[in-house]
Design a protein around this ligand. Structure first.
Ligand SMILES: [Fe+2]
Length: 141
């Protein structure tokens, strides 16, 4: 999935984080879909899980701080979605540490990350920008 300018919410820190997430997830999905043995995918799985475990937490914290700052009314519901995602990533990491590379789990993980970019970053997060735009307009009246 390619990052597009229209996904920006107009906050440089958050936009840079979203772009990095797009890059990492796309890279991961491509590796998983490539017709090589699973042994050729393990390096990317290790890298992606280690990255996601930290980065997702940091990114969500920054995004929630911004939502709080602008008084975004969807903060509570949005935080819940974030917490579910953090739990999911931690759960996949734990399963992977315990059982090693399992094709089904990794394909499911890749699918979930991709769906998350489409449904969350490229859609749900846009509501933050919509709210801020509306707030700016109201403030100018
Ligand atoms: Fe979000």
């Amino acid at each position: 999935m390619i990052w597009k300018e229209k996904y920006k919410i107009g906050v440089s820190l958050i936009d840079a984080q979203h772009e990095e997430l797009f890059r990492r997830v796309t890279d991961f999905v491509e590796t998983l879909r490539s017709p090589v043995e699973w042994t050729g995918k393990v390096g990317k799985v290790n890298e992606t899980l280690a990255f996601m475990k930290d980065y997702v937490v940091t990114h969500f914290r920054d995004e929630e701080a911004y939502q709080r700052k602008i008084g975004y009314p969807g903060l509570e519901a949005h935080t819940k979605i974030h917490n579910d995602m953090v739990r999911y990533v931690a759960d996949v990491a734990a399963q992977y540490e315990q059982a090693g590379y399992k094709e089904q789990l990794m394909q499911q993980f890749a699918g979930k990350l991709l769906a998350w970019l489409i449904n969350h970053v490229a859609a749900e997060d846009q509501k933050i920008a919509d709210y801020e735009r509306g707030r700016g307009a109201a403030g100018n009246e």
